[in-house]
Design a binder for this molecule. Sequence first.
Ligand code: ATP
Length: 207
Amino acid sequence: MKIGLYGGTFSPPHIGHYRAAAAFLEQFSPDLLLIMPTSVPPHKRTSPYDDPKHRFNMASLAFEPLCRDGKAVVSTIELDRGGVSYTADTLREIYRIYGLEGQNRVYLLTGTDMFLTLNLWREPETIFSLSHIVYASREENDGEACAEKRAFYTEKYGAVVDRLELIPYEVSSTELRAALARGEAEDGVISPPVLEYIKRNGLYGLS
Ligand code: ATP
């Protein structure tokens, strides 16, 4: 079974997340992509708006078009486990739940910012041995840094790495939160049902 894992805070989800997930489904044809809102992210400060319930609901709305045919699902594995979400733990859990064996690596989809720091995550050896990394460019000029990191991961950890074919779309949740608070989120950056949800729940300074 070919399983993909796309983790994130998704606070809120934006078009960059959606395009990466859609391109991954198209190019790698997994049996299932698990879109995984983190419980407590290890590498970020959280804010009141990072309530897991809201992040899960927003991810469900944002990725709904990709979930219709059952090839993707917004998963609660990390939210149910609670506490700080470590990818090594999540990978082990996915192996257990889906009865995977060593040769069936989970496809781990990340943007380039995450890809460049993977060796600093908890248990990098576990992550590299249980997953096949697929990275998506977030900026026009991150190619060289990624190529260097890819060579390093391959040599040091025996990592299996692929690059997603994707024209970068430079957007982040941080920028989007600021734009929402100013009432200036651009059309197309956030899906209408997510924007509606944010307004209804008064998130990110919107009402
Ligand atoms: P923040 O600005 O709050 O740090 P973010 O925009 O980086 O948030 P996350 O939820 O942290 O969003 O990202 C989840 C995953 O999606 C990460 O692997 C990240 O690298 C990737 N990602 C985020 N934005 C993009 C983008 N514009 N293009 C491709 N991948 C992206």
